[in-house]
Design a protein around this ligand. Structure first.
Ligand SMILES: Nc1ncnc2c1ncn2[C@@H]1O[C@H](COP(=O)(O)OP(=O)(O)OP(=O)(O)O)[C@@H](O)[C@H]1O
Length: 719
């Protein structure tokens, strides 16, 4: 196993001890996590800044709070404000999070800390597809996307909130940026609205400069130097109309309650999945004599998480006999059904060690109980828009220092911890970027533009943003929306565009779903949309080399039961139909090579999307249609959304996109359907692309289509 070093000296995890000799008697340590909640709160570093925060929010329109991870920003600030009267007169406080898992777990924790009623009483959350609030709710945790939708659909001035807290602002996803622009606009009409921006890793000055003009900032800084915060007392009844509302203030919160030791690899690793697994097993082995450990290991994608789990299971016993009985291994990524994600947050297995392999879904804001160690692979999978190929692509890239800090901050939350970085200290210091480029500078903007248009922003270039996107990216986004029928030639939102903007999906999928109402196959198409959220609905055949041929035969026979000649989309619909008809359980799915966990997620998403579709028309299913009618209806819907992604078979037997003439390879999972069940089609539509192991771009979610549909369904685009 690779060695690690840290600033305090040198230690190899494979040696028996890190800091203490075996015979050492540990000094008594205050057990933070078993102390009463009120006592835990008072120990958090942010507690010392309570008066300063209350004073600043009362006096200034905008407060930017930068504090170490785990200092208490997300849980404590809303409570300070609530207890100081900011929810009087029917007002509420909303705290936004980039991810739903953070909103849900924070709300649960704060409901406990407030201690008056269950989750959904005074403290609740709203995330896509789930609302746990009531008339009593005062503090709401919501995803930033949800707050944007609220402003779009219900309340453009967000008038029920006295304070909006934009948490984890460093993430700079499209929703955070749109929300910041919107809040700036709202403050012109509602100067009483207070904005609090929080993060452990933001450029506080840049955020303050964005919300407050430079001149005001200079004044504020001068005042800040003179102000003695310790003597500044907030009023017990905050005044909505403070006297410096055009000014802002930055507050720094130093320190954290529990230390995190950071260790780096001595030499770079060529295989971060394998090194992650080895490191995790080594930590488990050395922790066994104690009371077990909790490891959170960050990997870039769901497939690498699954690979790491398989590798860990394969090596558990050979690494140390008997280790398997004491280790629980769990995945955590967005494509898992919610109940499986929630398992990670239940720490009910005393004496055992837990290894959680996660994507960056748990990188910010969350506290996973029992985590003593973090392993950071140093990599992340991010969406990039490739204007040359006209594709969105998910690419694995190195993380930034800001992400590394967030990841290490997932340890040391309830007790001291360690973070193993699977890269060298030199790389971290000299090569790693300071921050991840914001989404607005790297991704497809059509969804972002659609959201702004629905908010009534006609001139996108005139809307205040933290970073301006390139003109090329904007024009591409506008062209795509025009081709989808979401905007007209004066770039105004059409009726279809209005409807599309109320779906929680990207525009192409929203368009596909709306088309399904016309084709009367919403149940099938909502299932297809669900299947696009998971990596694959099929399990890959695995086994010893001697059995491989037989396994492949079994696999093809099983897949053949569901596969349709046309390709993946109707095959997805067939699997869901089989589930609806027979309620396949875990074992039956395994026999048929269907991934049970992925299927549960698809069904969860399908049901949620059907709920949205019901607002627009009658949701029907094509149960009685002939297979040709059913297949054509489903594929016409897919084409209505994904007509940008069409490729044609050329004489050399390869597919080329019609626009851009790039050579494309069809991935094995899709081609197995084509190879087994039909000849290559002349025209195909595809929904996802990624960098292939054979070089070039590979496709998933591929089906044969009739080229005539292109002119019928997208006449602006295919003349
Ligand atoms: N779900 C939870 N279960 C147990 N303890 C929790 C939970 N959430 C928060 N805590 C406790 O509260 C502390 C502060 O958490 P909080 O999320 O408020 O910090 P933060 O400053 O927002 O961190 P970050 O910047 O990493 O999001 C944690 O270190 C932990 O001790």
């Amino acid at each position: 196993m690779a060695g690690y070093n840290n600033n305090d000296g040198f230690w190899k995890p494979s040696s028996t001890s890190s800091t203490a000799d075996e015979g050492d008697v540990a000094a008594p340590v205050f057990n933070f996590s078993t102390a009463p909640l009120a006592q835990q709160r008072m120990l958090l570093p942010i507690y010392k800044h309570k008066r300063q925060i209350l004073y600043s929010v009362e006096k200034f329109g905008v407060t930017v709070i930068v504090g170490e991870t785990a200092c208490g920003k997300s849980t404590q600030i809303p409570m300070f404000l609530y207890h100081n009267g900011w929810c009087n007169n029917g007002f509420q406080i909303v705290c936004t999070q980039p991810r739903r898992i953070a909103a849900q777990t924070l709300a649960a924790r704060v409901a406990k800390e407030v201690g008056r009623g269950p989750l959904g009483a005074e403290v609740g959350y709203v995330v896509r597809f789930a609302d746990r609030t009531s008339e009593l709710t005062k503090i709401i945790y919501a995803t930033d996307g949800i707050l944007l939708r609220e402003a779009t659909l219900a309340d453009p001035l967000l008038s029920r909130y006295s304070i909006v807290i934009v948490d984890e602002a460093h993430e700079r996803n499209l929703n955070t940026d749109a929300l910041c622009g919107l809040l700036k606009k709202i403050r012109r009409k509602r100067p009483d609205l207070r904005i609090v921006v929080c993060s452990a890793t933001i450029d506080a000055e840049a955020f303050l400069d964005f919300f407050i003009s430079k001149k005001d900032v200079e004044n504020t800084r001068k005042q800040k130097k003179r102000r003695r915060w310790d003597n500044a007392e907030p009023d017990t009844q905050p005044k909505l109309s403070g006297n410096n509302l055009n000014e802002g203030c930055i507050i720094s919160v130093d320190g954290r309650l529990h230390e995190v030791d950071v260790l780096y690899l001595e030499h770079p690793t060529s295989n971060y999945v394998r090194t992650s697994v080895e490191t995790a097993l080594q930590i488990c082995k050395t922790s066994r004599n104690n009371r077990g450990c909790g490891i959170l290991c960050f990997l870039p994608s769901a497939s690498e998480v699954d690979e790491a789990i398989r590798m860990t299971q394969d090596h558990l016993d050979e690494f140390e006999p008997g280790l398997a009985n004491h280790i629980i291994i769990l995945p955590l990524y967005a494509q898992l059904p919610f109940n499986m994600q929630a398992r990670v947050f239940r720490s009910d297995t005393p004496g055992s060690s837990r290894i959680i392999y996660s994507t960056n879904i748990s990188e910010t804001s969350v506290t996973v109980p029992g985590i003593t160690h973090v392993i950071d692979s140093g990599m992340v999978k991010l969406p990039f828009f490739d204007p040359k190929n006209d594709f969105d692509r998910l690419i694995v890239v190195p993380i930034s220092k800001a992400s590394a800090k967030q990841r290490s901050g997932r340890a040391g939350r309830l007790q001291a911890g360690q973070c193993y970085r699977l890269y060298t200290e030199e790389y971290f210091r000299k090569k790693m970027e300071e921050a991840t480029p914001p989404e607005i500078l790297r991704t497809n903007l059509s969804n972002f533009i659609l959201s702004l248009k629905a908010l009534g922003v006609n001139n996108i270039l005139g809307f205040d943003l933290l970073d301006l996107p390139s003109v090329d990216a904007l024009s591409h986004g506008l062209e795509s929306l025009f081709a989808l029928g979401a905007i007209d030639d004066a770039t105004a939102l059409t009726t279809i565009g209005q409807d599309m903007s109320s779906f929680p999906t990207e525009p192409r999928i929203s368009r596909m779903l709306l088309e399904s109402l016309r084709e009367e196959c919403s149940r099938e198409v909502a299932g297809v949309a669900g299947a696009l959220q998971v990596q694959s609905l099929f399990l890959t055949p695995r086994g010893s080399s001697g059995r491989r041929q037989q396994l492949q035969i079994d696999y093809e026979a099983a897949v053949g039961e569901f596969a349709d000649n046309s390709g993946d989309h109707v095959t997805y619909a067939n699997i869901l139909q089989a589930y609806d008809d027979t309620h396949m359980g875990r074992e039956e799915c395994k026999e048929k090579y269907v991934d049970y966990v992925a299927l549960q997620k698809v069904i969860e998403v399908r049901n949620q999307l059907l709920g949205f579709l019901r607002r627009f028309g009658r949701v029907r299913s094509l149960g009685m249609a002939t297979s040709k009618e059913r297949c054509d209806a489903i594929l016409r819907c897919v084409t209505a959304g994904f007509f940008f992604n069409v490729a044609k078979l050329h004489n050399d037997g390869r597919y080329y996109t019609i626009r851009g003439t790039n050579r494309i390879l069809v991935t094995p999972s899709s081609s197995s359907v084509f190879h087994t069940h039909g000849s290559h089609a002349d025209y195909i539509v595809f929904c996802n692309t990624h960098d292939g192991s054979r070089g070039g771009i590979e496709l998933t979610a591929v089906s044969a289509i009739n080229p005539r549909w292109l002119r019928e369904l997208a006449p602006h685009y295919w003349k």
